[in-house]
Design a protein around this ligand. Structure first.
Ligand SMILES: Cc1ncc(COP(=O)(O)O)c(C=O)c1O
Length: 373
């Protein structure tokens, strides 16, 4: 049985007509950038995250950068960030002029909160925890450290739309949070889009100026800034899709439970994601770990099952970040996991049978391979 890694048609097909109508409305209005749907979506998404305000921007990376800039983070400042994340988290810090200071992950894949304090220097201004794969980082501990050292907290919630920690939404803990609406995210646009959310009204006002050339009123620019605006068509699409996000997250969680139940007997050979009582993981990605990663991935490929690796080369070993001065061995857990992780297919509309088939193929792979060890 072929199983795609993601199939967005299954997400969009039931909504085709509604989506087409919304797109046509924007075309008829001729209001393609920062139109009224953007404002509507900002309100809707802020409410969804239980925060006061939001600013729609062009990407999640831009949301992170503009939050950092809006909070006054600048050249010479240091920002603490997990070594185990997508490169954009660190890129946004560099784009804002600051220096990313990396911290290893723990068994949860997220930043190891016990290692944050030793990375703090007199130059540290902020911590950017990432809710990687859709599972919230250890926000209580992180907020406690930030308070003690007077640091800002910017949540990278680009993979965590609707995730919860102690019953509170990801994105509602820090000074601000960034979300990405890259098409394959739990809430995805039909192109690039992102948003910054915060309870700080002034910060969001500043970001709204930063995204639009520092403009206060038409053709009056108060400071040097950028074009990082959200397209109206994306907002119109996101307004429709947002109504289905909780139901889609539930479907992802159901697929995840089929995987976890099916694979728990392989413990020691295959590590599955831990379900913590105080965290609601929304499974942007369902990531397992095995020392036979390459062989398993090739085997599944032969069976028609697509998988992914998020991410094969940690940030500190990327050519682009060589200037940070890190070397192999600096973040042992991140490095070890990068060689072992494998993301299984998970998306709304995925059939239980597809997930069961993935489980069975993984089991048959290990049945055949553990005997020869
Ligand atoms: C953890 C993380 N941070 C930041 C980003 C950047 O988002 P975007 O691709 O919208 O710029 C992404 C998404 O790709 C991400 O997964």
């Amino acid at each position: 049985m072929k199983v795609p890694f993601v199939d967005l048609n299954r997400v969009h097909n039931p909504l085709r007509e509604e989506l087409n109508q919304a797109i046509n409305r924007v075309i008829n209005d001729n209001s393609y950038i920062l139109g009224k749907e953007v404002e509507e979506f900002e309100k809707n998404f802020a409410a969804y995250c239980d925060v006061g305000y939001a600013a729609g921007v062009s990407t999640g990376t831009d949301a992170l950068e503009l939050i950092l800039r809006g909070l006054g983070i600048e050249n010479g400042d240091e920002v603490i960030v997990p070594a185990n994340t997508f490169i954009a988290t660190a890129s946004a810090i560099v784009s804002a002029g600051a220096k990313p200071v990396l911290v290893d992950c723990d068994e949860d894949y997220n930043i190891d909160a016990t290692k944050i304090e030793s990375a703090i220097t007199s130059k540290t201004k902020a911590i950017v925890p990432v809710h990687l794969y859709g599972k919230p980082a250890h926000m209580n501990k992180i907020m406690e450290i930030a308070k003690k050292h007077n640091l800002k907290v910017i949540e990278d919630a680009c993979q965590a739309h609707g995730a919860k920690y102690d019953g509170e939404k990801a994105g509602s803990f820090g000074d601000a949070a960034a979300f990405s609406f890259y098409p394959a995210k739990n809430l995805g646009a039909f192109g690039d889009a992102g948003i910054a959310v915060s309870n700080d009204k002034e910060l969001i006002e500043k970001i709204k100026m930063l995204r639009n050339y520092g403009q206060s009123k038409k053709y009056h620019h108060n400071f040097f800034a950028f074009n990082r605006r959200m397209d109206t068509i994306q907002a119109a699409i996101l307004n429709i899709k947002l109504k289905h996000l909780d139901e889609w997250n539930e479907q992802r969680r159901k697929i995840a439970s089929i995987y976890s139940r099916g694979l728990e007997n392989l413990k020691g050979i295959v590590e599955i994601p831990e379900e913590d009582k105080n965290k609601e993981h929304i499974y942007h990605l369902y990531v397992i770990r095995t020392e036979k990663r390459e062989e398993l991935q090739n085997f599944l490929k032969e069976k028609g099952i697509d998988t992914g690796i998020h991410y094969p080369l940690p940030i500190h070993l990327q050519e682009a970040f060589r200037h940070l001065g890190y070397k192999e061995g600096d973040f042992p857990r991140t490095e070890e996991y990068a060689k072992q992780i494998l993301s299984l297919p998970v998306f709304p509309g995925m059939a239980d049978e597809e997930a069961k088939n993935v489980v069975n193929e993984i089991k048959s792979f290990f049945d055949n391979n553990t005997k020869s060890d």
